[in-house]
Design a binder for this molecule. Sequence first.
Ligand SMILES: Cc1cc2nc3c(=O)[nH]c(=O)nc-3n(C[C@H](O)[C@H](O)[C@H](O)COP(=O)(O)O)c2cc1C
Length: 172
Amino acid sequence: METYQCIRSRLTVRDFRPDPVPARVINKMLRAARWAPSARNRQPWQFIVIQDRDTLAKIGGMASSGGYIARAPLAIAVIMGKVNRADLDAGRALQQMELAAWSEGVGGCFVGLGGEENAKVKALLGVPEELQLITVMPFGYPTDEAKARGKARKPLSEMAHREKFGQKYLQR
Ligand SMILES: Cc1cc2nc3c(=O)[nH]c(=O)nc-3n(C[C@H](O)[C@H](O)[C@H](O)COP(=O)(O)O)c2cc1C
């Protein structure tokens, strides 16, 4: 899929068909994340590929804003070292993973895991104390309803400026 088309068509997916995501696609997603840039090229990330139904169900039960993990055929936990701007590095790796997945027809949704639920999922996955669990992101092939969901963005005119803040960037 052409790059911009992949970016433009990507949807957040929370409803998955039960079909498994093939190892070839999972490997592509992990490789895409691995090639992400990071501050000082530290590559402070670790990934856990989760396909065990029992583990997915348990995480779904712990994630208050991501119960749908329980119904996904796959989830990938993103773990970072406690480095400066870890969120930025994680975001870049995740976005590359997500776009590589979408180019193969596979969608996902970032799940925020705060406070106590983060600690519970971390313990379940055996993540060492000194590392931070950023998300457990479920992936799978979208149902027809999920594919039909639109997406909305504010107009570019509300976010793009030319030369100085407040001077509208008018598309030529
Ligand atoms: C940092 C971040 C945290 C998010 N947390 C959650 C979450 O906990 N649960 C959820 O259902 N969606 C979560 N989302 C998904 C957003 O709601 C979604 O990306 C947004 O609505 C845009 O969807 P779209 O790209 O399909 O238009 C999160 C997204 C981001 C980037």
